[in-house]
Structures are given as structure tokens and as C-alpha cells.
Design a protein around this ligand. Structure first.
Ligand SMILES: Cc1cc2nc3c(=O)[nH]c(=O)nc-3n(C[C@H](O)[C@H](O)[C@H](O)COP(=O)(O)O)c2cc1C
Length: 170
């Protein structure tokens, strides 16, 4: 599919069917995460694939109860593995993790899966339930699965600013 067609067809899916995501598709999602660019290629991304009922139940303690995914990736970065800008100490971690999450989100759409980028998770719960080490910082919980038959884009999906509001050509 043409890239812009894929970008247009993707929407935040918040209702999922019971159908399990096949392992081959999970491998492709992980490959998309692996191929993502990172600052100086330091690859600080660390990903937990939340797939088993036990793991999904742990995740549900830290996300909205309205979300009922069959799969999720907790996308974190290792703060000891990031590039740090010498001028001001800015770390690449959040940017790296966000690019990784975007790769996975678009590959999910490419594979016919629904997804929603979740920032509104409780990091303390996630850290505790998944026993994250202190240096591992979770940035995105990408919830995924096959869309439910009644899944539909929210009103926000079609609300995009005019190109002139967000850019200028000089
Ligand atoms: C950084 C970021 C954080 C987000 N956090 C949440 C979230 O916690 N819960 C949620 O339901 N959607 C979340 N979203 C999804 C946005 O609400 C959604 O992308 C936006 O409304 C546009 O809709 P669309 O993705 O259907 O095009 C998040 C998206 C981004 C990029």
C-alpha cells in the first residue's frame, strides 16, 4: 500500500476482537521495532511483549479499563544506553522510543491490526508489575489486536489542522 494511504487508514483502535495475533505477525512487529533509527544507532529501546493472559492482566492494572487488547508492547528505553547531547544533557531516550513505537504502530496497520498509542498509563504500576529495573523507562504502551467488528475511528481521527497552520515553506 502507498505510504500515505496506510497513514490515512490507520486510526486509534480502542475495541478489539478476541482473535489472537499470530506469532508471525508479532515477529514482524518486533522487526519493525528493531529496524527503527535511533540516535547514534545506540538502540536503547527495550520492549516487553504482553501476550499471555497473565501478562495482559498485569497490564490492565495500569491502563484504562476500557481498553481490552489481546496484545501490547511496552516500549521503554534504557537510560544508560541513550545518546546524550553534551551541550545541555538532553537524552535521546524518549525520541528513540517514540520512533520505535511509530514503526510498530504503522507495521501493525500494515498487517491489518488495530492499535492505540497509550501514554496515559500508570508508570508506577507498570514498573512494579513487570519488575522494570530502575534504568528502564517506559514511554509508550502500544495496545494492539484485531479490530472488533464495531471498532471505528473516534471523532478526533478526522480533525487535522490545515497544512498552513502546521507548516510554512520559506
Ligand atoms: C503521544 C501520544 C499519546 C497518546 N495517549 C493516548 C492515551 O493515553 N489513550 C488513548 O486512548 N489514546 C492516546 N493517544 C491516541 C490519540 O488520542 C490519537 O492518536 C489522536 O486523537 C488522533 O486520533 P487517531 O490516532 O485515530 O488519528 C495518544 C497518541 C499519542 C501520539
Amino acid at each position: 500500500m502507498d505510504f500515505l494511504e496506510l497513514a490515512k487508514s490507520r486510526y486509534s483502535c480502542r475495541r478489539f476482537s478476541d482473535r489472537q495475533v499470530e506469532d508471525e505477525k508479532i515477529e514482524k512487529l518486533l522487526e519493525a521495532a528493531r529496524l527503527a533509527p535511533t540516535a547514534v544507532n545506540f538502540q536503547p529501546q527495550r520492549i516487553i511483549v504482553v501476550k499471555s493472559d497473565e501478562a495482559l492482566n498485569k497490564l490492565k492494572k495500569g491502563i484504562s479499563p476500557n481498553l481490552n487488547p489481546t496484545l501490547a508492547f511496552i516500549i521503554s528505553y534504557d537510560k544508560n544506553a541513550c545518546w546524550v547531547r553534551e551541550y545541555d544533557g538532553a537524552s535521546s531516550g524518549e525520541v528513540d522510543a517514540s520512533i520505535v513505537a511509530t514503526h510498530v504502530m504503522l507495521e501493525a496497520a500494515n498487517l491489518g491490526l488495530g492499535s492505540t498509542w497509550v501514554m496515559h498509563f500508570n508508570p508506577f504500576v507498570v514498573e512494579e508489575e513487570f519488575e522494570l529495573e530502575d534504568n528502564i523507562i517506559p514511554v509508550v504502551v502500544l495496545v494492539m489486536g484485531y479490530p472488533a467488528v464495531d471498532a471505528a475511528p473516534s471523532a478526533n481521527h478526522t480533525k487535522r489542522k490545515d497544512i498552513n497552520e502546521i507548516s510554512k515553506i520559506l
